[in-house]
Design a protein around this ligand. Structure first.
Ligand code: DX5
Ligand code: ZN
Length: 227
């Protein structure tokens, strides 16, 4: 896949019907999702539990495009192979998940998958500078990870701007995760983001203009991002 900074909308299935992931993935892709964002939580790194590699593997055949797996787990390294085998196209690990993020990113790259680096709202980007050669994406969390439907943390916009400068011409995506809505989408794009994760805004943001089966509202977010 050639690198492009064209805006990508990545609905998070954290807000989908967990008993119906196949249909949910097909619905969001039919509605124009660019990527499918899959949130893996362990009840240890974050105070919530979702699912693991077996569920990712079960979902995979229902996704025609790009599967973006966000690991909110610690430790990470011992599970990378399993998520790669489950069919992830990109695997993101958190900077805060352990003392050896450099090794973790190397291990993700070694599987042949793209590597993402996620950073919590309380984390600065100084350390990211030393990892740029190992990442295809930096995921800036604009909520504290663990739950969907939280309020966007506006202070992160400055961080996104600095990160965009730091990245320069490198082929590294900036992904925003948390509280993306039609209101916040234009702000994050203006700050330099190109991948917008949206959970509740997609799955619970139905409108008469977007009468999709699950309230999918991807077109509205894309239009807002283009403003
Ligand atoms: C939060 C997850 C997000 C979440 C976003 O820990 O990483 O991907 O699903 O949900 P919204 O869009 O509802 O903030
Ligand atoms: Zn996520």
């Amino acid at each position: 896949m050639t690198f492009s900074r064209q805006i990508k909308i990545a609905p998070s299935i954290l807000a989908a019907d967990f008993a119906n992931f196949g249909a949910e993935c097909r619905a969001i892709e039919a509605q124009g999702a660019d990527w499918v964002h899959v949130d893996v939580m362990d009840g240890h790194f974050v105070p919530n539990i979702t699912f693991g590699p077996a569920t990712c593997a079960a979902i995979r055949p229902h996704i025609r495009g790009f599967m973006d797996v966000h690991l909110m787990i610690a430790p990470v390294d011992s599970y990378i192979e399993a998520f790669a085998e489950a069919g992830a196209d990109l695997i993101s690990a958190h900077l805060e998940a352990g003392p050896h993020i450099h090794r973790t990113l190397q291990a993700i790259r070694a599987t042949g998958k793209k590597a993402g680096l996620a950073i919590n709202p309380g984390t600065g980007i100084d350390a990211v500078a030393h990892l740029l050669d190992l990442v295809d994406l930096v995921c800036v969390m604009t909520v504290n990870p663990g739950f969907g439907g939280q309020k966007f943390i506006h202070s992160q916009l400055d961080k996104v701007r600095s990160l965009r400068q730091m990245i320069g011409d490198r082929p590294i995506h900036i992904e925003i995760d948390g509280g993306v809505t039609v209101e916040t989408a234009p702000l994050v794009v203006a700050a330099g983001a190109d991948v917008l994760v949206a959970g509740s805004a997609v799955f619970k943001g139905g409108s008469v203009d977007n009468p999709a089966p699950y309230g999918v509202n991807i077109a509205a977010i894309r239009a807002a991002a283009a403003r």
